[in-house]
Design a protein around this ligand. Structure first.
Ligand SMILES: Cc1cc2nc3c(=O)[nH]c(=O)nc-3n(C[C@H](O)[C@H](O)[C@H](O)COP(=O)(O)OP(=O)(O)OC[C@H]3O[C@@H](n4cnc5c(N)ncnc54)[C@H](O)[C@@H]3O)c2cc1C
Length: 553
């Protein structure tokens, strides 16, 4: 109550202050109008009055008797205002933009030049000589425009504004951006229903290029896409948005000062470099950045610690008609049985084929690399090698089966796809209770419909994937799950956001990863603008923005 009363009092004080300021501005104008309507004699005798003593239109008669002077005056005013402001804005912003770029070669020299003119003035006589003798602007309309085009103070204000626009930078280990979407040849986006914003934009752009196919049974939740088109598209979108991209670059460490991540250390062909940022967002899937920063996290199944298997995606041609699309669990199991009947054993117990949007090409997923640690280079290397060997042996054997003679492996993914890494602890951890109860949050960033999807955790498992009996009701991801609890300026996006094993098994798919990236990106711009921590960004505001962008909440 005390807080409310004192805020009312300060509101009244602010209102009174601005009323007085407004009067100070309005009073001279009213006085001017009043004088123009006053009789000359009464002004001479009694001085200026707000209410005219004797009313007279004499002043107006005088002015309108020869309107040419008035018209010329207004012409000059309008011309210098419109033309001067437009050209000045253009030139000032061009200069300010260049000065806002830290990597601009002449930045410091130009900045000095601008600042110098602000602090030291040449004086009136040199100014006059410059205008008349050198620029020859005497008695020309340009004398009212050209000398005032660049004002050092305005340049500095605009430069500061440009500097506040966050410059985004993205590093990718692979030779393309997009992660499992592109380098991993994922080719299928799950849980797209009710997703607007970037997700809808990407889908629309791919549609226009005929680079998508709906699931043949009209599944509105998912669609298949051409991974090569996706590569080109997401890179184009990043460049258009002004994102600096570094491919073949790995974050190997971070620079931390207490609860702030000052920057990341990146290794690539340039060697080792540090990149600083006000807000850092961990989009590494496995939560590498957060782990380097010493954030707390969970991994694996709550009872056994086991993690979901890795898989190597591949693209093939020459698939017989009757095997061209598998969607249900039964269809995949039937294919598994069919392969076994022909003496072919796959590590994945639910091998899958789906048609791509182009030509007669198909995405093939047949393997499960179980027990692979996402944070072990040798585990990942051996998993990739084993998976590639498996693809080779399965295709060699399958080609010998009647109807499969034209089967050809076109390519395998650049790296094995990791389903599960670290789940970084955030301000809120999504739980099994949240997803089974269909929990809604005020700071929701999207609605997840996707089921719990746990691929075989154990080599002895006889099924391909399942849900351990955990049934999902559509639920929200809250903004707080995207904010690392241990660091003030570290955001989380994609599958490393804060949640338990079962929640992760549902929200980890790409239709839900995209809104996490969009939401935390938006929150980062607010935090930078307001110079506040990510935890201080209003989650309601983020939620409203996501709604505005078309995400179902
Ligand atoms: C085999 C497989 C099949 C799947 N099937 C589907 C499916 O059909 N549909 C679906 O929607 N989802 C599917 N998923 C899930 C989905 O692909 C992922 O959960 C999703 O891609 C998560 O996105 P992300 O951006 O968090 O991580 P990722 O896609 O893994 O992207 C992480 C990015 O960070 C980069 N990176 C990692 N570490 C570093 C570092 N230290 N420094 C710099 N960069 C780094 C990587 O190179 C990559 O570009 C599948 C996953 C797998 C593994």
């Amino acid at each position: 109550m005390v807080g409310k009363r004192s805020s009312n009092a300060s509101q009244i004080a602010i209102n009174i202050f601005f009323i007085i300021v407004s009067i100070c501005f309005v009073y001279p104008i009213l006085l001017l109008i009043s004088i123009s309507l006053s009789d000359m004699g009464s002004i001479v005798t009694n001085g200026y009055r707000l209410i005219p003593e004797r009313f007279s239109l004499q002043a107006y008669r005088y002015v309108f008797a020869a309107p040419d002077r008035l018209i010329t005056g207004y012409k000059v005013t309008i011309l210098t205002t419109v033309l001067g402001t437009s050209i000045s804005l253009l030139i000032t912003s061009l200069l300010a933009y260049a000065l806002s770029k830290r990597d601009y070669v002449f930045r410091s020299k130009l900045s000095f030049f601008v600042l110098f003119t602000m602090l030291f003035n040449g004086g009136m006589v040199p100014w006059y000589m410059l205008i008349t003798n050198y620029l020859h602007l005497k008695n020309k309309i340009w004398v009212l425009i050209l000398p005032y085009l660049v004002n050092a103070w305005n340049v500095i204000m605009l430069r500061t504004f440009f500097q506040q626009i966050p410059q985004e930078m993205t590093e990718a280990v692979n030779g393309c951006v997009g992660g499992v979407w592109t380098a991993g040849l994922l080719s299928c986006i799950l849980d797209v229903e009710g997703k607007g914003g970037l997700m809808a934009e990407i889908k629309n752009k791919l549609d226009k290029e005929n680079a998508t196919t709906p699931r043949p049974r009209g599944h509105k939740y998912n669609f298949l896409y051409d991974a090569e088109k996706m590569k080109a598209l997401v890179e184009r979108m990043c460049l258009d948005a002004g994102v600096d991209i570094l491919l073949y670059s790995r974050v190997v460490d971070v620079i931390c000062e207490q609860k702030i991540v000052k920057g990341v250390i990146v290794e690539n062909v340039d060697g080792r470099k540090a990149y600083l940022g006000e807000i850092i967002i961990d989009c590494t899937g496995n939560g590498d950045v957060a782990a380097f920063a010493g954030c707390s996290f969970d991994i694996g199944h709550p009872e056994t610690g086991q993690m979901q298997p890795a898989s190597l995606q591949s693209i093939v041609v020459g698939v017989p008609k009757e095997f061209r699309f598998m969607e249900t669990y039964e269809e995949k199991r039937n294919f598994y049985t069919y392969l076994r009947e022909h003496g072919i054993e796959t590590t994945g117990k639910t091998p899958t084929i789906a048609q791509m949007p182009y030509g007669e090409t198909y995405i093939f997923t047949i393997n499960h690399e179980i027990g692979v640690r996402f944070d072990s280079a040798s585990d990942i290397s051996m998993a990739s090698i084993r998976a590639r060997q498996e693809l080779d042996s399965v295709f060699t054997a399958l080609k010998k089966v009647k109807g499969w003679e034209n089967l050809q492996l076109v390519k395998s993914a650049a790296h094995v796809g990791i389903r599960e890494g670290r789940r970084i602890n955030g301000l809120y951890k999504l739980t099994i209770q949240d997803i089974t109860n269909g929990r809604k949050f005020d700071d929701a960033i999207c609605l997840v419909r996707f089921a719990v999807d746990i691929h075989a955790l154990d080599k002895k498992a006889t099924h391909g994937y399942g849900n351990e009996g955990v049934l999902v009701k559509p639920y929200n991801i809250p903004y707080r799950s995207l904010v690392a609890i241990d660091k003030e300026n570290l955001g989380l996006a994609g599958r490393c956001i804060s949640g338990d094993f079962y929640a992760h098994a549902s929200y980890r798919v790409t239709g839900d990863s995209v809104p996490t990236e969009e939401a935390i990106g938006y929150a980062a711009t607010i935090a930078i603008k307001n110079k506040c921590k990510l935890s201080e960004v209003d989650g309601l505001l983020v939620s409203q923005e996501m709604k505005l962008r078309g995400y179902e909440i």
